[in-house]
Design a protein around this ligand. Sequence first.
Ligand SMILES: C[S@@+](CC[C@H](N)C(=O)[O-])C[C@H]1O[C@@H](n2cnc3c(N)ncnc32)[C@H](O)[C@@H]1O
Length: 412
Amino acid sequence: MTEHLTIGSLGRRGDGVADGPGETVYVPYALPGETVEVEAVPGHPDRRRLVRVDVASPDRIAPICPHFGVCGGCATQHVAPDLYRVWKRGLLVEALRAAGLDAPVDDLVDAHGDGRRRVTLHARRGTHDILQVGFAAQRAHDIVPIDRCPITAPGLKGTIEAAWAIAEALHPLRKPLDIQATATDVGLDIDVRGSGPLKADRTRALAAVCDHHRLARLTRHGELVAQRAAPTVRIGRATVALPPGPFLQATAEGEAQLARLVDHHVGPAKSVVDLFAGLGPFALRLAERARVRALEIDAEAVAALTKAVANTPGLKPVTAEARDLFRRPVIAHELGKVDAVVFDPPRQGAEAQARALAESRVPIVVAVSCNSATFARDAALLIAGGYRLTDVTPVDQFRYSYHVEIVAKFSR
Ligand SMILES: C[S@@+](CC[C@H](N)C(=O)[O-])C[C@H]1O[C@@H](n2cnc3c(N)ncnc32)[C@H](O)[C@@H]1O
């Protein structure tokens, strides 16, 4: 049985939202102002499946990918660019409002660039034991087999073919696999997870895939299987050797835009602490003019950053340390002579670190975040400690998704 609804707004996940008497329902792929025919989704009383658009919004556009609507990778390819920009900035505005924070939010910075440089494909046996390789379906555990992905960077060319070859090589193991590919300066770097330990014949089969598909490196759970060239990425003036499966910002343009904003907010600081530093996209650029102390939990990332600093002439001194900043945040007395702190935690934010920073006298704190809710929580802690939130910029490196990056400046 179907019903007809009028969509009032675009929700947090990019779904159309219809407010009825006593209930709110969500309709993926519907737009504000549209009248749509929908049907119930079993087990999800607040969700409807779009059957037909009766009256289309002028903001509806044709998706760029034939897999849109089935593949879970993108949520908003049907949204015209102007509405998309307003909606995405609005996600951040709403998160700040919900946390009781009043700060001006800049326009959305487009950081898609030439596309995503990392993807994770999944390989599973589907119905009738048939192997499927693709992305996870929208809100389901199914795999959507894909033959292309138009939001990925040219450097990921060949990933789908290589993922199929890896899945076929490991097919006898009958294990679900996650295949993470990263575009590097010397070719594809692929890490396979889920296979468990491999016997010699499977390792040889994977090595043959590395060779045949001309991968730079193939690892399994971070352990080397085969390598044709040591994967590196250029970060600022440095060349960084990648540990397997490292954190990298989703697009090269995203990294550049975040680093540009960080650099701008840090200003003429001479001494900077970079927390949750990863491979050092901020540290390596800031070190062109400031002394940097970088802290990060991943010892391999710290080692890669240290080596990159040693191999890059002309940088100011950088010290990089492995440290768990959730358990052992950097505290006020460690920050006595520091001009600025940058912190860029994972999605869960940095509550303990934000509390510690709130007690410091550091004049400038720059927050980079991929989660509006935890950003707002940590920002409230800094503000309660006496900081003023003076700039907030949403940065869009996950185009067509509901994810938004944030760069914010706090001063005292
Ligand atoms: C969003 S990434 C940012 C990395 C880097 N700033 C960049 O832009 O590429 C978050 C980083 O926090 C690190 N991390 C996660 N948990 C941590 C912890 N408890 N202590 C210190 N670093 C942590 C991760 O390894 C990752 O490198």
